[in-house]
Design a protein around this ligand. Structure first.
Ligand code: SF4
Length: 474
């Protein structure tokens, strides 16, 4: 997953008091404001949507700047050192005179879980520290803050359940994230997630389908199923569905037009998932399958649970699908002990698979991981060189693959409009961004666009049909 910084802070009207929120709590918060900034993956983005929903249901109003906020929250990411440092740099800015007296500052997410109560010492302006496994306790933690407690924490990892709330304040009006599984039971040597998000907990098929139907009723046409390892989902209810069964059932919900899922682990990737895509056009022609490295030796050291050959068998299975499925992946360069020969195997894997997109990073040792005890043998300068080589190779691959689409008609969901350029921005089933001259009224509609030119990261085109309403069948 990418590590884009995403802010969820655009002004929205206050909700009325929601179910499960006492009138007293809403009165305490009425007229107060919050600023919530999110770092990291889609799981964090969606967690923030739920946190924002809980706050708004209590009467808080979102604002665009921390200066205007009564509560300032950072939902943090610790997957890479650089991401983790961002929260400390935000908090460091406060030491130079901000925020003003009376403001509540909270740290949520993976860095909160990782550092725990240390935050209260390192950053005394912090009043709330809460990891994602404790979000179900958020209303209780907010009660404590509102009654004046200045050291409030939610750091338990032994939770059985998921963060279930109907109060989600979704940031996108057409594409909705839907969590199906939380946590991770793997122990990849480089990854902090099992220590920060806790053990795997799957939601029941009934709850997932119920949320999906509710989303359709609210006007969403694209559903993105989320999980740290989304395809490790197993139905905890007696129905006992597999992940492929769930995909098929979500794809069949009337009104759903597109379904995506992320992130899949190669170990749990089965031919039945490809069969489900083949038989359900609403399942998008897109799979994100992180490989991390092209050398079996490095994969073993990373404890990924598959070899290069086993990974390529999964790719072969995907390439045999009836529809052309676009592939994306994650790459870490410079993992402990990665030799030049190992690195060349990553390059050859990229060249063989020809991904449509990659997310690539330099390895950085993280706290509480096995790799912290390994010798970090590749210098930072060399990691930087390898990253540049990977990204340049991938740029050429993407350019070639995108240019092969020139002249094709593709359906896009129009996600935005840029008035200054008169351009609409859409996304294809393959998750490619396609810009074309459009009108604001088309946002949320499905439109056929002919591709006229292509760059490595996006396509340009012209509309060939009038827009269809978002909820129309595929
Ligand atoms: S599968 Fe590995 S990389 Fe992915 S979240 Fe779990 S431990 Fe981290």
């Amino acid at each position: 997953m990418g590590n884009d910084l995403i802010q969820i802070a655009s002004a929205q009207p206050c909700h009325a008091v929601a179910p499960g929120v006492s009138a007293a709590s809403a009165d305490v918060a009425r007229g107060r404001t919050f600023y919530l900034e999110t770092f990291g993956c889609q799981m964090n983005v969606h967690d923030s949507e739920k946190v924002a929903g809980v706050l708004m249901a209590r009467g808080y109003r979102p604002v665009d700047s921390h200066q205007d906020a009564d509560i300032i929250l950072y939902n943090t990411c610790s997957i890479r050192e650089k991401a983790a440092q961002k929260v400390f740099s935000r908090l460091g800015a406060f030491r130079q005179g901000r925020p003003g007296a009376g403001k509540i500052v909270g740290v949520l997410g993976c860095v909160a879980q990782q550092e725990g109560e240390v935050f209260f010492e390192r950053a005394p302006q912090v009043s709330l520290v809460c990891g994602s496994a404790s979000y179900p306790r958020l209303p209780d933690l907010l009660d404590q803050l509102e009654s004046g407690n200045r050291r409030v924490k939610g750091l338990e990892l032994d939770t059985e359940g998921c963060f279930e709330t109907e109060l989600t304040r979704r940031d996108n009006r057409y594409r909705a994230y839907l969590t199906i599984i939380e946590g991770c039971d793997q122990r990849c040597a480089f990854c902090v997630v099992p220590m920060t998000r806790g053990p795997e907990r799957s939601r029941s098929s009934a709850k997932i389908l119920e949320e999906c139907r509710r989303l359709v009723d609210e006007g969403y046409t694209e559903i993105q199923l989320l999980g740290q390892i989304v395809n490790a989902w197993r139905d905890p209810s007696p129905a006992g569905w597999s992940f492929a069964d769930l995909l098929a059932r979500v794809a069949e919900v009337p009104g759903v037009r597109r379904v995506r899922f992320t992130t899949s682990h190669p170990r749990y990737f089965t031919p039945e998932i490809v069969q489900a895509i083949d038989s359900h056009p609403t399942l998008c022609d897109q799979i994100h399958l992180p490989v991390q490295a092209g050398s079996t030796t490095v994969l073993e050291r990373m404890r990924r649970g598959y070899s290069r050959e086993e990974y390529l068998e999964k790719i072969h299975c995907i390439r045999k699908a009836q529809r052309a499925i676009s592939l994306s992946t994650d790459i870490i360069v410079g993992f402990c002990g990665e030799s030049e020969k190992d690195f060349e195997q990553t390059l050859s894997l990229l060249a063989d698979v020809e991904y449509d997109q990659i997310f690539s990073f330099k390895f950085s040792p993280r706290p509480d991981t096995a790799a912290l005890g390994f010798f970090d043998s590749v210098s930072d300068e060399e990691k930087g060189r390898r990253l540049t080589v990977v990204q340049e190779l991938q740029r050429q691959i993407q350019l070639r693959r995108n240019q092969a689409l020139v002249g094709r008609n593709l359906e896009v969901l129009v996600e935005g409009y840029q008035p200054r350029l008169g351009q609409a921005v859409g996304r294809t089933t393959h998750n490619r961004v396609l810009n074309f001259p459009g009108v604001p009224a088309e946002v949320g509609c499905y439109v056929q666009v002919r591709v006229t030119s292509a760059g490595p990261n996006s396509l340009v085109g012209e509309r060939v049909t009038r827009a269809q309403g978002g909820a129309a069948s595929a």
